[in-house]
Every structure is written in C-alpha cells, then in structure tokens.
Design a binder for this molecule. Structure first.
Ligand code: PMP
Length: 402
C-alpha cells in the first residue's frame, strides 16, 4: 500500500505558528545530549553542565543505583497497574511512609511526576465554585492544575503577601480559596516569604499548597525543605515535591494530613488514572532519603558554594535578581541576547540554557545556571571566569573583575 500524501492544508496553521515562533526567537528545539551525568555533559569531559537539576549529584550515586538495580531485578521494570487496581507495592507504601516522616507530615502520596502531582492535587482541592490564587511566577504545572480545576484563577504579585491578602479579601464569598506558590522559584532562585503567606492564608481560611520542587533535598533539616525549616507544617496544607531533582530519581508527591491524602486517592485524577511509579524508581528515591538522613550537611554545602559563585557574578555586573539558592539567573532582557550569551558560553564549554517567554515574563529572558554538588570549588571559579568573559563580550558586565 502506498502512503497517503500529507494533506498540506491541514498543517498550514502549524507551519505558520512555527514560523512565527522562529521569527520571534522563541522556537524551542530538542538537542540530543550524551547523558553522561555528573558535572560534564559530554563524553570528552570538557563541557561543564550548569543546566541540571541533579542538585546533589544523586542520579549517579552508587548506592541509589544499586538499590534501584536490585528492585528492578526483583520487581521488574514496571508496576504494571495503577495504584488503585493492583499497582500499590510495598515499595510505594514504604516510600510514602518515609516521605511523610521526612517532610514532618502525617501522610504522603506519590504521583507519576511533579507535574502530574500538581495536575492532580489542585483540581481535587478546588472545584468550579472555588478560586485558585497563584503567585504570578508560579510554575506552569501549578497554573495548568488550576486551569484544569475550572476554578477561577487569580494571580498575586510575585512574593507579595499584601497583594495576596487583598485578593483573598475580595473572595470572601467563594466556596473555597486555594493559594499556590513555590518555595524556591525555579527560574529566579528566589525564596517565597512563606511565613507571611501562611499567616495571610490562615487569616482568610484559605488552603495553601507550597511547591517545594527546588527546595527538597537542599533547604531545611536533612534537606526536608523550607516548610519544615520554618516549622510551617501545620499551616501549609500541601507540601508538594518532586523526586526528580535533588533526590535524583523520578516522580512527585504530596505530604499532607491523612484525610487530605484519602481525598487525593479518591479525587486526584492524575493519580487514579495512571500507572504506579516503577518500583526501581521508588526504591531509588527511598535510598536518596537514607543518604540525606545520614549526610545532613549536603544542602548547606551546596548553598554555600552557590553563594560564593553568585557573589562573583553579581560583583562582575550580572543581574542575578533576588536569587538566594542554588538556582542563579543571569537576567539579560531580550530573547536574542539570552541566546547569544548561551552560544558564547557553549563555545567556552559551559552548558547553560537560555530561558525565554513564556517560561519567564516578557523582557526578562535569561540564562539559568544551576549549581550542583558535582561542581568543585575550582570548577565554579573557572566557570565564573568564563561566564564573566562571555558577559563582557556581550556588553553585560565590566571587565575589571575578570
Ligand atoms: N514544580 C516546579 C516548581 C518545577 O520546577 C517542576 C519541574 N520543572 C515541577 C513542578 C515538575 O516536576 P517534575 O519534573 O517532577 O514533573
């Protein structure tokens, strides 16, 4: 049988859309990386990787790999069923027990990914008659969860509890208000004023979900996150997290009260209608929790290294915004500038992604650098020299501190 010719017309709108993205410098394309892990992104070991979320280097940790390998052998590659059918295995129950204890909550529930967690939790907590109020810079998964919930969606100014209070004040007649924010913002590396936000939510009886994707493993006691660090477990209803960044595995989770977990089991559609996490991955995450427990200083060490690196870049004239974490943006403004800087860095064997709208607001295109424990002090010093050289060539910073 001969293949049907592609109906050209059918794709006209898509071609036009792609052309428009190209003309605006906004087209995203997939590049293939060798996946060697660690601090390098190439097999030759010459290009330093600053675009990984493997903050503690756990994805290559021998103990974690061994734990996952053993589970792969004993349980197979797939859980082969959704959790409510026959997919809840001892490794899932154990991981949830450990995550609850780690986060300081009575219960926890694991999802297929962090994205799926937010996509499931928010509609479960907020229906058509509710209002979701999200920080203006909240991650796409939080916004997508809110859209899927069919609740009204409002945005408060970034990290502004007074604006949040004003919005909540206007929603007193709503059946339910759910406030969502991040703990460490993924593209700015700045920290949410969680105490103040929690106090505002308590005043208005609003539910509060905090996405700790980038804080888990890094901030707080044993890397338990900022909610625990600030002792807000009783005020933050859902401490959401991912297993796929500092924990080096894959999957997402919600730590919460037991009735909330029961409700999510019954109502979070991304949990109900999706296959359970592969057992090897669940075991990898559990092993990561063991390592964190036995090495409580890892997160602090990473934050200290990042602070030195950031100070150097800032003093050279880069705009690093309000970063106070392992995530350091170099905010350059125009899309083309961010792409040009990324290219110069690539020539200097530094891999760092140019982040453009809609991931970040219009006019705030940037390079996002993430520091990991795989980077030695010497790596960071050399990288700073190269980044400052590239910034100078692009007219973004002065030469004097090179
Ligand atoms: N929340 C935030 C703040 C994130 O940055 C991400 C990942 N980029 C997610 C949720 C989604 O997590 P996952 O990668 O596990 O799907």
């Amino acid at each position: 049988m001969t293949a049907q010719p592609v109906n050209k017309k059918k794709y006209d709108r898509i071609e036009a859309g792609l052309n428009e993205l190209r003309s605006m410098g906004l087209e995203r394309t997939l590049r293939k990386f060798p996946g060697v892990g660690g601090k390098f992104h190439d097999e030759a070991g010459k290009t330093l990787n600053f675009s990984s979320n493997d903050y503690l280097g756990f994805s290559r940790n021998d103990k974690i790999i061994a734990a996952a390998g053993a589970a792969l052998k004993s349980c197979g590659a797939s859980a082969a069923s959704s959790r409510l059918v026959s997919g809840t295995l001892p490794c899932h129950a154990e991981l949830e027990r450990r995550l609850a204890a780690f986060k300081g909550y009575p219960a926890a529930l694991v999802f297929g990914s962090g994205y799926m967690a937010n996509l499931g939790i928010i509609p479960a907590l907020a229906g058509r008659d509710a209002v979701v109020i999200a920080d203006r810079l909240a991650h796409a998964s939080l916004i997508d969860g809110a859209i899927l919930s069919r609740a009204a969606l409002k945005r408060f100014q970034h990290n502004d509890p007074a604006h949040l209070a004003k919005l909540l004040d206007g929603e007193k007649s709503a059946a339910q208000c759910l406030v969502v924010t991040e703990s460490v913002f993924s593209m700015d590396g700045d920290l949410a004023p969680l105490k103040e936000i929690a106090a505002v939510c308590a005043r208005y009886g609003a539910l509060l979900l905090v996405d700790e994707a980038h804080a888990t493993g890094v901030f707080g006691p044993n890397g338990a996150g900022r909610v625990r660090e600030l002792q807000l477990e009783n005020q933050v209803d859902i401490s959401m997290g991912t297993l796929s960044k500092a924990l080096g595995a894959y999957g997402g989770f919600s730590a919460c009260a037991a009735p909330l977990r029961d409700w999510l089991v019954n109502r979070a559609r991304s949990f109900i209608y999706s296959t359970a996490l592969p057992p090897a991955i669940a075991r990898a995450a559990e092993e990561a929790l063991d390592i964190l427990e036995n090495n409580p200083a890892l997160g602090g060490e990473l934050l200290k290294n990042a602070e030195i690196f950031r100070r150097r870049l800032r003093e050279a004239g880069f705009n690093t915004g309000k970063s106070a974490s392992q995530i350091i943006p170099l905010i350059v403004g125009k899309n083309a500038k961010a792409l040009a800087l990324a290219e110069r860095l690539r020539e200097k064997r530094i891999l760092a992604a140019a982040i453009r709208p809609p991931t970040v607001p219009e006019g705030t295109a940037r390079i996002r650098l993430s520091v990991t424990l795989d980077h030695s002090q010497a790596d960071l010093e050399q990288a700073a020299d190269k980044i400052i050289d590239a910034g100078y060539a692009e007219g973004l910073c002065g030469a004097k501190l090179r």
